[in-house]
Design a protein around this ligand. Structure first.
Ligand code: ATP
Length: 140
């Protein structure tokens, strides 16, 4: 079933999520404060918009509250990530998934109601360890 997603922050992580969701046949709104990153994603998103994820009026005018899931992948700088998450929850977005930079970021995101907190390096480390472990089993 076709769903509506928005991805805010188009670094390597955000843009790979955006491209994959779009290729899976979903509607994807891609947002970044950096114009060049928006231009680079245009072919791989339903809409690509140059906007600030901490600008409440801009998010409202994009109809962000109608999206089923919004993924915030503003990474290294935690302040805009936190503010963006807070605005999305206040606007009534049901599912807000957020990429966290460190444990302090995780704690703040938990306290403001992020629905899923993603720690890519940590989660990938666990997956890779399991893959290494299962390949060891197969070898014997
Ligand atoms: P990655 O590790 O995923 O490659 P990165 O290191 O290139 O990311 P980050 O600082 O993690 O960059 O930011 C991810 C994206 O978020 C960047 O494309 C950046 O322009 C965008 N971004 C930063 N602040 C905002 C904001 N306020 N609104 C929207 N996008 C933002």
């Amino acid at each position: 079933m076709r769903k509506q997603y928005a991805v805010i922050g188009l670094g390597r992580f955000g843009s790979s999520i955006c491209k994959e969701l779009y290729q899976l046949g979903h509607d994807v709104l891609a947002i970044d404060i950096n114009k060049e990153r928006v231009i680079n994603i245009e072919k791989y998103a339903t809409y690509a918009v140059n906007a600030d994820g901490t600008d409440e009026d801009a998010l409202k005018s994009l109809g962000i509250r109608n999206f089923e899931k919004v993924i915030v992948t503003i990474g290294a700088n935690i302040q805009p990530s936190i503010l963006c998450t807070l605005i999305l929850k206040e606007l009534g977005v049901k599912e807000v998934w957020v990429k966290a930079h460190d444990q302090k970021h995780v704690r703040i995101l938990e306290s403001i109601g992020a629905d899923r907190i993603i720690q890519p390096e940590y989660e990938m480390g666990i997956r890779i360890a399991h893959q290494l472990d299962s390949s060891r089993v197969i070898e014997y």
